[in-house]
Unconditional design. Sequence first.
Length: 196
Amino acid sequence: MIGHLVQESDLCVTYCSAFSLLLSRLPPKGYCTDVWFDLSMNWMKDFYHVSLGAARENPVTLTAIDWADVYCDNVVNCVRPGQKQNGVWHVQIEQSGDYEIALRRWPKEADAALTAGVPATSFENRSWPAGVALPIAKARLKLAATDETKTVSANDKEAVFRVTLKAGAQLSMQSWFYDANGNELCGAYYAYVRRK
């Protein structure tokens, strides 16, 4: 049964540069793991940039999972309880143009308002607790030269921003949701980005 999984060609020859890079990141013989980890921290902070505006991938969905250096990749422990978490998305602009960015608390599929809670749900062998309501009154987006805040209503499902971006730019993008008193609640757990 496993016989068909046999590697038939030497990938080290085909992908020599990638193999050399991986080998260069391994600790030398005799190095303690803690020393290697400390040395590795430099390249571990080199975050990948999510492509926005590419012809073959437009729109793009960003989630809290994509935040740099923030652990918020669990719907049950982060998104549904409305954890006060926020982070930066590192993005690369593939084509110049006008972009529409919709910030959301819940994914589009939930069809829920920014301020709403969502019911508990079960499927297959897991269940998710109810998602708590948050008193979101304002949404903010910071991207390139744009730093804009919008007031949202209790029924709004998203806060939509429009930004003009240039191809080739590698940028940091961040969002915030605030209550009526200006207190930060969390970042947008979901952002839908479309080049117009």
